[in-house]
Design a protein around this ligand. Sequence first.
Ligand code: ATP
Length: 236
Amino acid sequence: MLKLESVRVSYGAIEAVKGVDLEVRQGEVVTIIGANGAGKSTLLKAICGLEPLAGGRIAVGGQDCASVPAHKRVGLGVAMSPEGRGVFADQTVLENLMLGAYARRSETAAIAAAVEREFTRFPRLRERHSQLAGTLSGGEQQMLAISRALMSEPRLLLLDEPSLGLAPLIIKDIFAAIRELRQSGLTILLVEQMAKQALGVADRAYVLETGRITLEGSGRELLDNPKVKAAYLGAH
Ligand code: ATP
């Protein structure tokens, strides 16, 4: 579904991603864990075409992405729920969801069904459908960001730190939603600092340290790995 080979991304003279090989197979939930500044967000941005590659290759569904600009990657089936949520603050919840569907050019009925599905997933969004997104709580904004990404009916969902800054109970809800999406067969690449929860939901995982993959394995293997325990699981 997704294959990265020797991917490098630079910001001027700083190389943030230094040759990453990574694969996400159909139906898998794969997580990337790593400390602040390890390059996790940069990697996701490169996958959706928001940062250019300084080297290497990215393929989605076997198709090389080099010549596919960001706005066309939705057409390849890639959708991202960005870090910091990125909802449109001065649009309502419903308007944000409709914007997520814009690339589909589907019929009104199909879009209405997708909105209904998202309102069932996150009943909070139904309750607040006419509220401006900027006035939602952090947790509600996160739910909206995920639902908005799902409105494009992606084959591959990229989630950038969905738990960031949220209360433990809301984090539980978000991870429950990720589990449900996994059961529905959606392929997910999840970037997280909440290593324990992320590894718990993941089929496979990678550890990213200063732009390089230093460990990979099943979620279970990394949960049991002494290095991972010492560096990433201590505080949770
Ligand atoms: P966090 O969990 O803190 O978001 P991260 O693993 O997602 O961290 P990135 O945001 O990808 O890390 O950042 C990787 C490195 O690239 C950092 O050193 C960061 O300062 C740098 N960086 C990120 N974005 C830019 C930018 N637009 N311009 C210059 N440097 C950047």
